[in-house]
Design a protein around this ligand. Structure first.
Ligand code: ADP
Ligand code: MG
Length: 697
C-alpha cells in the first residue's frame, strides 16, 4: 500500500472501521438510521460507543470530547478521560452510549445572545452521527451540535443540519415532479478553498497587533508588494513546502483530502483546496483544516494568519465556498446532463438558485460578515459587497432565449424549448471564469467567493441551503399543480429570469461602473458588518428561517446580538492594541529619533565648523511635527474608546459607535504612524515592518 493510502483516514472512525468492528446487525441498523436521518437507538449507540472506545484506545487516546462549534466561530472541546475507578482501587476504561449521545459541558461562557440567561445557564451537546468521530492529539473527538436545554441552537452546526434537511425535502419534491421515484434525499456538497498567510514566528511575536488582533494595525507599504505577480503559483520555498507536506499528512490522517495547494497572489499567501464533501462534514473538516494550519505552522517556526486582511494594501484572504446539490443516488443536480430531460431539471435547479440569490442577497451578504471582511467587501479590496451571479455567456444566452422566446445564439435557429432542445455542452474549464464574481457558476457547482477566510462555513451554507429550499418549495408547488411538466418548467424559468435577472452580471465586479449599475438595478450594497447584521431582523429573512425551521425568532435575535457584540469587541481590542503600540512603542522610538537628530545638530554645531545641518534640521522638524500629530491622534482615540465604554446603549448603537467614531480614529492614528515609519531610522523602529513580515519566510 502506498504511504498515502496507509495514512489516509487512519485517525477516523469511518465506514470501513465500523464495518470491521461493529456486529453486522448493528452496522446495518446504524447505516439505516443515518440514511433515514432518524434518532439513534440507545442500544445501537451503546455498541458503537464500545467499539469507538476500543478503537480510540488502540490509537493512543486516553480521553474523549464532544467537539462542537460555539458562536465564537472556532471549535471547542472539553476533555474527559475514559478512566472509571473500580472498588479495588484500580481503573477501567469506560465509554457509554449515553456519553456518546449527549454531553453536558459546563460551557456557560460561550456567547449565547441572551438565550440562556434567564432559565438555564448550561447547554448540552448532541452527537452528530453523520460526521465521523476522529482521534486528535490523544483525544477521541465526537462531532456534536450544541444546544440549550430548551433545544435552542447555541452553535454554528445546528442550523446547518436543519437547513440540510430543509433543502433535501424541497429538492426531493421537485425531483418527484420530474418523475424521479428513487432518490430518497438530496445532499448539499461543499469544497471550501482556504486562503492563508504564513509568516515567521519570531517576527510575529514582536508584533502585539498580530498576536492580539490577528492583523497588522500599523505598517507602511514595502517598496515591493504583489505588483510583479511573481508569487502567484510560484515555486514553493523549502520551508513552506515542508510545512505543506506535514500539513497534508496531518489532514490525511483525519480523512481530509487536501488536494491542491499553491501560492496565492500576495507574497507569503497560500491556498489549500480539499475534495468536496457533504456540507456538515466539509464544515467540520474546514474547522480542522484551520486548526491544523495553525498548529503545524508553529512546528516550523511559522505562524499561520487566517485573518481576512492581515496586511493593508496587500491582497486579503477569503474562502471560496464551492457548493452543489447532489442526490443520494449520485446525480449532481447542478450538472446540465446530456438529455433534454436532464437539461430541464438542471435549469430548474439553476433557476431556483438564481431566485434564491437575488431574493436573499442580504442574508448571503450577512453570512460573510465578520469584522475582518469589512476590510475587503466594498472597502479597498474585492470582492465588492454587492451580491451578483456569474453564469457564463452560454448559460446566459440560454436563459435569455427562454425569457424572450428568441433563437439561441449558438447556431441553433430555434428558441430554447424545454423538453425538446438539448443544451449545448457548457464549458467547464477554468479559462472562461469570471474571477471577480462573488457567486460564480463553474460548470457543475457555484463558487460563493465572499466568505471570510477566518470564519466557519456553516453560516454561508445554512443561508444558501435555506434560501434555495425556499425557492425550490415555490417551484415544487407549481410543478405539483401542473399537468404539463415541460410547459410549466418553461413558464416558471421564464418568470424567474424576468424577475431576477438583475442579479446576473458577467462583467467586471471590481469596476466602479458596476457599483453604479448595481445601484440602478436595485441591488443592495452593504458595506459593513454592522449594517449587514441589521438585515438579520428583516421580516423576509426571519420568515424564511422560521418557515424551514432553521432558526427561530429567538435564535435569530440571539445571533443578531452576538454579531453586533462581536463587532464591538473586535474593534475595541484593535483600538486598545493600537493605543498600546502607539504609546509604548512607536512614540518612544520616534521621540528617540528626534533626540538623536537634535543631539546630532548640537554635536555638529559644537565643532565650530561651518557644516550644513539642514538635513538633520529638516528631518527633526518633520519628525517632531508628526510626533505632535501622533500624540493628538492617540488622545483622540483614547477619548473615543472611553466614550464607547461609557456608552450605555443597545448593542446596535454600541456597534455603530465603534464603526463611526472609534474605527476612524484608529485609522487616523495608523496613518500618522505609517508616515513616521518611512522616515524613522530603521534600527529604531520598534517592530518588524511589512517587508520583514512578507518577505522573510
Ligand atoms: P475547478 O477547477 O472547477 O475550480 P476544482 O476541481 O479545482 O474545480 O475544485 C475546486 C473546489 O471545488 C474543490 O475544493 C472541489 O472539491 C470543489 N468541488 C468540486 N466539485 C464539487 C461539487 N460537486 N460540490 C461541491 N464542491 C465541489
Ligand atoms: Mg482561490
Amino acid at each position: 500500500m502506498s504511504y498515502l493510502s496507509t495514512i489516509f483516514g487512519s485517525n477516523v472512525f469511518n465506514d470501513s472501521v465500523m464495518r470491521e468492528r461493529l456486529p453486522k446487525e448493528t452496522y446495518k441498523v446504524f447505516k439505516k438510521t443515518l440514511a433515514e436521518g432518524n434518532a439513534m437507538d440507545a442500544s445501537v449507540a451503546e455498541i458503537v460507543a464500545g467499539a469507538m472506545k476500543d478503537w480510540a484506545i488502540e490509537k493512543g487516546a486516553t480521553h474523549f470530547t464532544h467537539w462542537f462549534q460555539p458562536m465564537t466561530g472556532i471549535t471547542a472541546e472539553k476533555h474527559d478521560s475514559f478512566i472509571s475507578p473500580t472498588d479495588d482501587g484500580k481503573v477501567i476504561l469506560e465509554f457509554s452510549g449515553k456519553e456518546l449521545i449527549k454531553g453536558e459541558p459546563d460551557a456557560s461562557s460561550f456567547p449565547n445572545g441572551g438565550l440562556r440567561a434567564t432559565f438555564e445557564a448550561r447547554g448540552y451537546t448532541a452527537w452528530d452521527c453523520t460526521s465521523p468521530a476522529f482521534v486528535k492529539d490523544g483525544v477521541l473527538c465526537i462531532p456534536t451540535a450544541f444546544c440549550s436545554y430548551n433545544g435552542e441552537a447555541l452553535d454554528k452546526k445546528t442550523p446547518l443540519l436543519r437547513s440540510m434537511q430543509a433543502i433535501s425535502d424541497q429538492a426531493v419534491r421537485v425531483l418527484r415532479a420530474f418523475g424521479n421515484t428513487t432518490t430518497k434525499k438530496v445532499i448539499t456538497t461543499v469544497g471550501p478553498e482556504q486562503e492563508y498567510f504564513l509568516i515567521d514566528k519570531g517576527l510575529y511575536e514582536q508584533r502585539l497587533d498580530l498576536m492580539l488582533a490577528g492583523r497588522t494595525l500599523f505598517g507602511a507599504m514595502p517598496p515591493k508588494g504583489q505588483e510583479l505577480d511573481d508569487h502567484y503559483f510560484g515555486s514553493l520555498k523549502e520551508r513552506v513546502s515542508a510545512y505543506m507536506k506535514e500539513l497534508n499528512a496531518e489532514l490525511w490522517k483525519l480523512g481530509i483530502s487536501a488536494k491542491t495547494q499553491h501560492n496565492e497572489v500576495a507574497p507569503a499567501q497560500h491556498e489549500l483546496a480539499p475534495i468536496y464533501a457533504t456540507t456538515n462534514i466539509a464544515t467540520d473538516h474546514n474547522q480542522l483544516v484551520m486548526e491544523m494550519m495553525k498548529k503545524v505552522a508553529l512546528r516550523h517556526n511559522l505562524v499561520c494568519l487566517l485573518h481576512e486582511k492581515p496586511f493593508a494594501g496587500v491582497n486579503g484572504s477569503g474562502k471560496h465556498n464551492n457548493w452543489s446539490l447532489g442526490t443520494d443516488d449520485g446525480i449532481n443536480l447542478l450538472d446540465p446532463g446530456k438529455t433534454p430531460h436532464e437539461n430541464a431539471q438542471f435549469l430548474v435547479f439553476l433557476a431556483a438558485t438564481i431566485k434564491a440569490v437575488d431574493k436573499y442577497a442580504e442574508l448571503l451578504r450577512l453570512s460573510a460578515a465578520v469584522p475582518g471582511n469589512d476590510h475587503r467587501l466594498g472597502a479597498n479590496e474585492a470582492p465588492p459587497a454587492i451580491i451578483s451571479m456569474f453564469l457564463g455567456s452560454q448559460l446566459t444566452n440560454i436563459l435569455t432565449s427562454i425569457e424572450n422566446g428568441t433563437p439561441l445564439e449558438s447556431g441553433n435557429k430555434e428558441p430554447m424549448t424545454i423538453g425538446v432542445t438539448a443544451l449545448p455542452p457548457l464549458p467547464k474549464d477554468s479559462t472562461d471564469r469570471n474571477r471577480t464574481s462573488p457567486f460564480a457558476f463553474t460548470g457543475n457547482k457555484f463558487e460563493f467567493r465572499m466568505t471570510p477566510s477566518s470564519g466557519s462555513i456553516a453560516g454561508p451554507n445554512f443561508v444558501l441551503n435555506t434560501a434555495v429550499a425556499d425557492t425550490l418549495s415555490e417551484i415544487a408547488d407549481i410543478l405539483e399543480g401542473s399537468d404539463d411538466l415541460d410547459t410549466a418548467v418553461q413558464t416558471l424559468i421564464k418568470d424567474i429570469v424576468r424577475k431576477h435577472k438583475r442579479v446576473i452580471f458577467d462583467g467586471n465586479n471590481y469596476s466602479e461602473n458596476w457599483v453604479e449599475e448595481a445601484k440602478r438595478r436595485g441591488l443592495s450594497n452593504i458595506k459593513n458588518m454592522v449594517d449587514s447584521v441589521k438585515t438579520f431582523l428583516d421580516e423576509k429573512n426571519i420568515a424564511v428561517l422560521e418557515k424551514f425551521k432553521v432558526l427561530t425568532k429567538a435564535e435569530i435575535h440571539a445571533r443578531y446580538e452576538i454579531g453586533l457584540e462581536n463587532y464591538s469587541k473586535t474593534i475595541n481590542i484593535e483600538a486598545l492594541t493600537s493605543l498600546k503600540m502607539a504609546r509604548t512603542e512607536i512614540l518612544p522610538a520616534t521621540i528617540d529619533y528626534a533626540t538623536t537628530l537634535a543631539d546630532s545638530i548640537n554635536a555638529v554645531k559644537s565643532t565650530g565648523l561651518m557644516v550644513d545641518t539642514s538635513s538633520q534640521e529638516e528631518l527633526l522638524i518633520k519628525v517632531s511635527s508628526l510626533n505632535a500629530k501622533l500624540t493628538s491622534a492617540i488622545n483622540a482615540l483614547t477619548e473615543q474608546v472611553h466614550k464607547a465604554h461609557e456608552l450605555e446603549a443597545k448593542p446596535v448603537v454600541q456597534a455603530e459607535y465603534y464603526r463611526d467614531m472609534v474605527f476612524p480614529a484608529m485609522n487616523n492614528l495608523r496613518e500618522i504612524a505609517d508616515q513616521l515609519e518611512v522616515i524613522t531610522d530603521a534600527s529604531l523602529w520598534p517592530f518588524p515592518t511589512y517587508a520583514d513580515l512578507l518577505f522573510r519566510v
